[in-house]
Write a protein that binds this ligand. Structure first.
Ligand code: AMP
Length: 214
């Protein structure tokens, strides 16, 4: 099974991914994580992607699709993937169809993770991430056991470089302009389901169970 997560920045695609992994055992693929890893390693791709990311813009489609294709070739999972943050444009969605065809795969389901923008801004301001293992925390709702330190690897928690208020506004605008058209694109194919992620994690789990069983 292959599943796409669509949603504005801060809507909780990472949280939904974590729950889906435990429910379905799919392999998680996040283009944002792949870019952050390339930036941390100082690769040519990371150097090129960095200024787009820090400005709250999208990395160009071809660069992003090529990175995803290479990554899938290195994984070659047979059970399927959760695509978290890809596609973000119509050309990327078309590229994904071509990339999956190489593996005789298709998209089975697209989940639109919905949260209103006020809550998104609050969640992002409270978000802290571990630069070592990528774990994500919310300072009040999902705080680490020891303040400032990752529960999994004791890495020092940080704010994401693109989580400043100004960059978040740019990212929301980018979502409106480039990614929202994907809602209709997948609705027309009969693949889209909506997930309300404004409640607590327990409520989300129930919502996911229901959507997956229909
Ligand atoms: P995320 O962690 O998914 O919020 O992604 C962080 C940033 O990486 C985004 O704001 C974009 O600048 C870049 N990025 C991630 N995925 C894509 C994509 N599919 N296309 C273009 N840029 C992306």
């Amino acid at each position: 099974m292959n599943l796409i997560l669509l949603g504005a920045p801060g809507a909780g695609k990472g949280t939904v991914s974590a729950q889906l992994i435990s429910l379905l055992g799919l392999t998680h693929v996040s283009t944002g994580d792949l870019f952050r890893q390339s930036i941390a390693e100082g690769t040519p791709l990371g150097i090129e992607a960095k200024h787009y990311i820090e400005a709250g813009c999208l990395v160009p489609d071809t660069l992003t699709a090529n990175m995803l294709q290479e990554h899938l070739r290195s994984l070659s999972s047979s059970s399927g993937y959760i695509f978290d943050g890809f596609p973000r444009t119509i050309p990327q969605a078309e590229a994904l169809d071509r990339i999956l065809a190489e593996f005789n795969m298709d998209i089975d389901l697209v989940l639109l993770v919905e949260v209103d923008y006020e809550l998104i801004c609050e969640r992002i301001s409270q978000r802290r991430v571990c630069p070592l293992c990528g774990a994500s925390y919310h300072l009040t709702l999902n705080a680490p056991a020891r303040p400032g330190l990752c529960d999994h690897c004791a890495g020092e928690l940080q704010r994401r470089a693109d989580d400043s208020r100004e960059t978040v506004m740019a990212r929301l605008k980018t979502f409106e302009e480039n990614t929202k058209p994907l809602i209709q694109f997948y609705e027309a194919r009969g693949l889209l389901r909506r997930i309300d992620n404004s409640g607590p994690p327990e409520a989300l789990r129930e919502i996911l169970r229901k959507v997956l069983s229909t």
